[in-house]
Design a protein around this ligand. Structure first.
Ligand code: ATP
Ligand code: MG
Length: 989
C-alpha cells in the first residue's frame, strides 16, 4: 500500500484528538478489545481484469468507504496489509461495546464495498505498547486474539463476516448469525459464526428477556407514577433518570412503562454509543415505533407506512414528506430538493412535533429516550424545543442518562431528575441468590458486597461464580464489568489516569502523603486526586492525622490495577515500599503493608522478612488460616531465589514456622503437613542444622502417629532418639518414643519415656507440633498409668497436665491436656468429669478452629448420652476424623461407637463396628486398645467362641502389661464361669 497510509493521515479529527489526549496515559496497558481483519478477495485477478488505473481507483474507493465505517464506530485502522487492513475497536480508547462496534463496522463495510471482501473478527486481551505520533499503536504482544481474527478472515467465504465464538457471546442478540464449518487454528479447532444481519436486540435490557426479579426500587417507581398522573391530566412532565452504568436506569424505565401501559401508550427511542454522528437516530426509532416500521422494511414500504400514519392522524400530508426525507426515503416533494438545510430542518422538527402531539391527542403518551449521553446534536435540539411545549400536552418525556451529561431542559418547573442510588444489601442479595439458584449463601453475601449495589455488576459477578462452580468469590472481575469500568477510566486525562493507577497500587484506601511521595509527574498530585473525587472515583476522608482517599468502588480499583502492565506495577509497588520503609519510624508496624508492596515489586525477596513477621503475628493470634497464607506467599518467593545455602536456610525457616499453624488448621494428618516436614528435614540435614533436624523429625513423627502409621512413627522416634540421646534435646526424643510405645501397646515403656520427657523438658521446651513438652507428656502419661492399673496416678497426671496448661495460658496446650483428660475420664468411667471437660474442650476448639482435637469432644459427648443424639454425634466425629485422614486411635473411637449402638439396641451394627475396629487395629498397629475391642466383641460370640476370644484378649492385655484391660477380661470370663488358663501370669511392669 501507499506510504501515505499512516493512521495520522486518515484518522478523523474527533478520533485522533481523543487518542492523542490520552496517549501518554495509555502507554503499555492490557486491553480488552476487538480486532477486525478485512481483505479483498483475489485482488490480483481483479487487477488483471480492470487494468492498473481502474483497479487503483476501485481500491481507493474501497479504502475510503471502509475507513469511514471503521471511524463511524470509533475504531482505528492500525495497519495496512496488502489489499486489506487491520482495525481495532476498544483500543487505544476502551469502549464497553467494542465487539458490537466491530461487527457494525463490518456490516457497514460489507454493504458498501464494490469489491468482494472477507472479514474476520475476534475479541480478547491484547497487550498494548506505545502510541506513536502517527497514532499507530505498537504492541508488545499480539497474542492469540489477533492471530485468530486473521485466521477467521482467511477462512471466510467471499463476502462473509466471520466472528469468533467469544465475539459472538459479547454481541448475542444484537446480530443474526449462522453456523459455519469449524476452522483449524494451529492445533485448535474453533467454531466461528457468520454474521447475516442485525438482530432484534438493541439494548442490554429488553422486555421478553429473562431478567432477575425486580427489587429495591419502590420509591422511584412511585415517584415516576406520580409524574405520570400529572402528565395524563394534561400537564406534560419531563423526568430524567440518572445513574452510573448498570445501576438500573433502563430496567426501572422498563418496569415503569409496563405499569403505565393501560393509561398511556409508550414510544421508545434509543441513543447508541456510536450514534453521536448520526442525526435523528433516537427520533427515527420513535417514528418507526409509531408507524409500525420494521428495521428491514424496504424504503418504499417505509414511505408508505409513514404516509398512512400521518393520514390516520388527520395531519397534513406534507408532514410525511419531511419525515420521509429525514429517513432518507425519497420524499416526493419538489420543495425538498431546494438546498436550504436550515429550513428543511425546521420543517422536519415541526413535523415530528406535530406527529407526537397528535399521538398524545389520541392517548396520553410516555416518550422514553434511552441513553441520552450518547445523543446526536440534532436530536438533542429537537428534544430541547419539544420539552418546552410539554406543559400543555399529556406527554411524559422520560430520559435515561449517565452522570456527567446534563440534559438541555434542566431547571424548568415541569422537569425533574431522579438519581438512582446503589441497591440495598437485601436487594443485592435477592438478585445474587436468584442467579445462584439457592447455592451457597456465604458466596451470595460476598458477591452482594463486591457488587456494590450495582445490579449489573451483581448479575455478572454471580454468573461468573456460578459458571466457575468453584465457589471462589474472590478475585475475578468479569470481562463485561471490566469493559464498563475500563471505558470510564480511559476517558480520564493522562494525569488523572496516572493518578488513579498510582492509587490502585496503593490500595483501596491510601494516605495523600504517601501517594505524593511516590508521585513522579510534574503536576501536583492533590489536584488530580480532587478531580478524581469530583468524577466520583474516589472519596476523601479527613482523619485526625492525615488525609486519606478511598476508592468509592473496589471494582474500579481492581480494573485500574489490572489495566497496568506488570513492569509499571512492579515499579510503583517498589517505590511505595521504599516510601513506607523510609517514612515509618517502626517499620515492623507496617509489615503487612510492606510485605504486600515488596512481594509485588521488582525485588520480591525483600518481602520475605516482612511476610514472616506478619505471619508470625497472625500465628500468635491463632489466625492460622492467614498465617499459613502468608508463609506460603513467602515460600513461593523464596523458592524462586538463586539456589544456594542462603536460599535453603530461608526456605527452612519458613517451613519450620509454618508447620504449627498448618497442623492447627488442617490437623496433623494433613498430607501437605507431611510434605512440609519431610522437606524441612531434608533441608536441615543438608545444611547441617541438628536442632532443626530434630524438630522436624518430632513433627513428622506426630504427623505419622495421627495418620495411624504407628510402626513408621516408632521408627522415626528411634531415629530422633539416636540424635538427641544425652543432649539438652533428649526430652523431645523421649516424648516421641513414649507416645509411640503407648500406642503400640507397651504402656510401661511408654510411661518411662513420657515421664523422662516431662522432666527433661523442664518448663519451656516447645514441641514443633505446637505444644509444650511437659503438658503433652504428662497428659499422655495418664493413659499409660491407667492401662497399667495405676488409677490414682492416672487421675493426678490428668489434673496436673490441665493445671499446667491453664497456668501458661496457652489455648492449644489446654486443648491437648483436656482432650487427653477426656479419654482418661472415659476410661475411668467418670461420666461427670467427662461431661465437664468435653464442654470446655468443644468450646475451645470451636473458638480457635483447632482441627483434629475438635472431633474428640463430639465422640466423647456422644458416649456420655444415652439416646440416638449421642449416636449421631459420635458418628459425625468419627466421620470427620476419617475425612481428615486422622486414623490413629480409630479402634478406640469405634469401640465407643459400638457401645452406643449396643445401648440403642442396634446389635448388628455394633458387632460390625467392632469387626471394623479389629481390622483397623491390625492394619495400623494400633494395639493399646485391642484387648478391650476383643473383649467387647466376645459379647456377640457363641459361648465357646466367646470364652476363647476373651482368653486371647486377656493374654494380649497381660502381655502388654495392660492390667486395667486384663481385669475387665477376667471379670467377663468369671461371669461366664470360665477362668484364664494360667492365672496370675501378668508380667508387672
Ligand atoms: N432493581 C433491579 N432489580 C433487579 N435487577 C435489576 C434492577 N435494576 C437493574 N437490574 C438488572 O441489572 C442489569 C443492568 O440494569 P440496566 O441495564 O437497567 O442498567 P443501566 O443503568 O440502564 O445501565 P447503562 O447505563 O449501561 O444503560 C440488567 O440486567 C437489569 O435487569
Ligand atoms: Mg441502560
Amino acid at each position: 500500500m501507499t506510504a501515505a497510509r499512516v493512521p495520522a493521515s486518515y484518522t478523523p479529527r474527533h478520533v485522533s484528538e481523543q487518542i492523542l489526549a490520552v496517549r501518554g496515559a495509555i502507554e503499555v496497558e492490557r486491553k480488552q478489545l476487538s480486532v477486525l481483519f478485512c481483505d479483498i478477495v483475489s485482488s490480483s485477478a481483479l487487477a488483471a481484469e480492470l487494468g492498473p488505473e481502474e483497479f487503483h481507483l476501485v481500491i481507493e474507493r474501497f479504502f475510503e468507504a471502509a475507513l469511514a465505517e471503521v471511524h463511524r464506530y470509533e475504531g482505528t485502522v492500525n495497519e495496512f496489509l496488502g489489499d486489506g487492513f487491520m482495525a481495532l475497536f476498544g483500543a487505544p480508547i476502551a469502549h464497553e461495546d467494542h465487539a458490537r462496534r466491530a461487527v457494525l463496522a463490518a456490516i457497514g463495510i460489507a454493504a458498501r464495498a464494490e469489491v468482494r471482501i472477507r472479514i474476520g473478527i475476534n475479541s480478547g486481551l491484547v497487550v498494548m505498547g506505545t502510541i506513536g505520533d502517527d497514532l499507530r499503536a505498537h504492541y508488545t504482544a499480539f497474542g492469540d486474539t489477533t492471530v485468530l481474527a486473521a485466521r477467521l478472515q482467511a477462512a471466510a467465504a467471499p463476502g462473509a463476516v466471520l466472528i469468533s465464538q467469544h465475539t459472538a457471546e459479547l454481541v448475542r442478540g444484537y446480530f443474526q448469525v449462522e453456523e459455519v464449518a469449524p476452522v483449524q487454528v494451529k492445533e485448535r479447532t474453533v467454531y466461528p459464526v457468520k454474521v447475516t444481519g442485525l438482530g432484534t436486540r438493541t439494548a442490554r435490557v429488553a422486555s421478553g428477556d429473562e431478567l432477575s426479579p425486580f427489587t429495591g426500587r419502590d420509591r422511584e417507581l412511585a415517584e415516576l407514577q406520580r409524574g405520570l398522573e400529572v402528565a395524563v391530566g394534561g400537564e406534560g412532565q419531563v423526568v430524567g433518570l440518572v445513574g452510573d452504568p448498570g445501576l438500573g436506569k433502563s430496567r426501572l424505565a422498563l418496569e415503569f412503562c409496563q405499569l403505565a401501559q393501560p393509561q398511556a401508550a409508550v414510544l421508545e427511542g434509543r441513543c447508541q454509543p456510536y450514534g453521536a454522528s448520526i442525526a435523528y437516530l433516537p427520533l427515527f426509532e420513535l417514528i418507526r415505533n409509531a408507524c409500525g416500521i420494521a428495521t428491514d422494511d424496504p424504503p418504499d414500504l417505509v414511505g408508505a407506512k409513514i404516509e398512512r400514519k400521518v393520514k390516520a392522524l388527520e395531519l397534513d400530508v406534507s408532514l410525511a414528506h419531511y419525515l420521509r426525507h429525514a429517513f432518507g426515503v425519497p420524499a416526493g416533494d419538489p420543495a425538498l430538493a431546494a438546498p436550504d438545510p436550515a429550513a428543511i430542518r425546521a420543517r422536519t422538527f415541526e413535523a415530528l412535533r406535530r406527529l407526537l402531539v397528535a399521538l398524545a391527542g389520541q392517548q396520553p403518551l410516555v416518550v422514553l429516550i434511552e441513553d441520552l449521553h450518547w445523543i446526536d446534536q440534532t436530536s438533542e435540539e429537537f428534544l430541547a424545543g419539544f420539552a418546552g411545549e410539554l406543559p400543555s400536552v399529556p406527554v411524559m418525556l422520560l430520559a435515561t442518562y449517565r452522570p456527567g451529561y446534563s440534559p438541555p431542559w434542566a431547571g424548568k418547573s415541569f422537569t425533574s431528575q431522579l438519581a438512582l442510588r446503589p441497591l440495598s444489601v437485601t436487594a443485592s442479595e435477592r438478585i445474587v441468590t436468584s442467579i445462584l439458584a439457592g447455592g451457597d449463601l456465604d458466596a451470595a453475601a460476598v458477591i452482594a458486597e463486591r457488587g456494590e449495589g450495582n445490579p449489573f455488576f451483581l448479575e455478572e459477578l454471580a454468573r461468573t461464580i456460578r459458571d466457575q462452580a468453584a465457589g471462589e468469590a474472590g478475585d475475578i472481575v468479569p470481562e463485561t464489568v471490566q469493559q464498563v469500568l475500563a471505558a470510564r477510566i480511559d476517558r480520564l486525562s493522562a494525569d488523572q489516569k496516572a493518578a488513579i493507577q498510582l492509587a490502585a497500587v496503593l490500595g483501596r484506601e491510601f494516605s495523600l502523603d504517601l501517594a505524593a511521595e511516590i508521585w513522579d509527574a510534574p503536576v501536583p498530585l492533590e489536584a488530580q486526586l480532587l478531580e478524581l473525587k469530583g468524577l466520583e472515583f474516589l472519596r476523601e476522608r479527613h482523619g485526625p492525622a492525615e488525609r486519606t482517599f478511598v476508592f468509592k468502588h473496589a471494582l474500579t480499583r481492581e480494573v485500574a490495577y489490572d489495566g497496568m502492565l506488570q513492569a509499571r506495577r512492579r515499579d510503583l509497588h517498589g517505590r511505595a515500599a521504599a516510601a513506607v520503609e523510609h517514612s515509618q519510624a517502626n517499620r515492623f508496624e507496617q509489615c503487612e503493608l510492606l510485605a504486600y508492596h515488596y512481594s509485588r515489586s521488582g525485588d520480591p525477596a525483600r518481602a520475605i522478612p516482612y511476610l514472616a513477621v506478619a505471619a508470625d503475628r497472625a500465628k500468635n493470634r491463632y489466625a492460622n488460616e492467614e498465617a499459613v497464607g502468608l508463609y506460603k506467599e513467602a515460600l513461593s518467593i523464596a523458592r524462586d531465589l538463586p539456589a544456594g545455602t542462603d536460599r535453603d536456610s530461608q526456605e527452612l525457616a519458613i517451613l519450620e514456622a509454618m508447620a504449627a499453624p498448618l497442623a492447627a488448621r488442617s490437623g496433623y494428618a494433613y498430607p501437605e503437613l507431611q510434605q512440609t516436614l519431610e522437606r524441612s528435614i531434608d533441608l536441615a540435614e543438608s545444611l547441617g542444622r541438628r536442632t532443626s533436624t530434630i524438630t522436624g523429625l518430632v513433627s513428622l513423627w506426630g504427623c505419622r502417629v495421627v495418620q495411624g502409621r504407628a510402626a513408621d512413627a516408632y521408627q522415626i522416634a528411634l531415629r530422633t532418639f539416636a540424635l538427641v540421646e544425652g543432649s539438652e534435646l533428649a526430652g523431645q526424643g523421649h516424648f516421641a518414643l513414649g507416645g509411640s510405645a503407648v500406642g503400640l501397646g507397651r504402656p510401661a515403656e511408654g510411661l518411662r519415656h513420657l515421664e523422662l520427657a516431662a522432666k527433661l523438658a523442664g518448663t519451656a521446651v516447645w514441641l514443633s507440633i505446637g505444644t509444650r513438652a511437659d503438658v503433652h507428656s504428662t497428659a499422655w502419661a495418664a493413659h499409660a498409668h491407667w492401662l497399667l492399673g495405676h488409677d490414682a496416678e492416672a487421675l493426678s497426671a490428668c489434673r496436673q497436665a490441665i493445671a499446667l496448661a491453664r497456668s501458661i495460658d496457652h489455648p492449644f496446650c489446654l486443648a491437648v491436656a483436656l482432650a487427653y483428660g477426656c479419654i482418661t475420664h472415659q476410661m475411668r468411667q467418670d461420666l461427670s468429669a467427662l461431661r465437664e471437660h468435653v464442654g470446655e474442650l468443644h468450646e475451645l476448639c470451636d473458638r480457635y478452629g483447632f482441627a483434629f482435637y475438635r472431633e474428640w469432644p463430639l465422640i466423647l459427648a456422644g458416649c456420655s448420652r444415652e439416646d440416638e443424639t449421642g449416636l449421631d454425634l459420635a458418628k459425625r466425629g468419627i466421620g470427620n476424623l476419617r475425612a481428615q485422614g486422622a486414623l490413629t486411635r480409630m479402634p478406640y473411637w469405634m469401640s465407643l461407637l459400638a457401645d452406643l449402638l449396643a445401648r440403642n439396641n442396634r446389635l448388628d451394627e455394633a458387632r460390625a463396628t467392632l469387626d471394623a475396629a479389629l481390622a483397623a487395629a491390625q492394619d495400623h498397629d494400633d494395639l493399646w486398645w485391642l484387648p478391650e475391642v476383643m473383649r467387647m466383641r466376645a459379647a456377640y460370640d457363641e459361648e465357646q467362641a466367646a470364652v476363647s476370644r476373651l482368653r486371647s484378649a486377656a493374654q494380649m492385655a497381660s502381655a502388654q502389661g495392660a492390667v486395667a484391660l486384663l481385669r475387665r477380661c477376667e471379670r467377663d470370663l468369671a461371669g461366664r464361669g470360665a477362668r484364664l488358663p494360667a492365672p496370675g501370669a501378668v508380667p508387672m511392669a
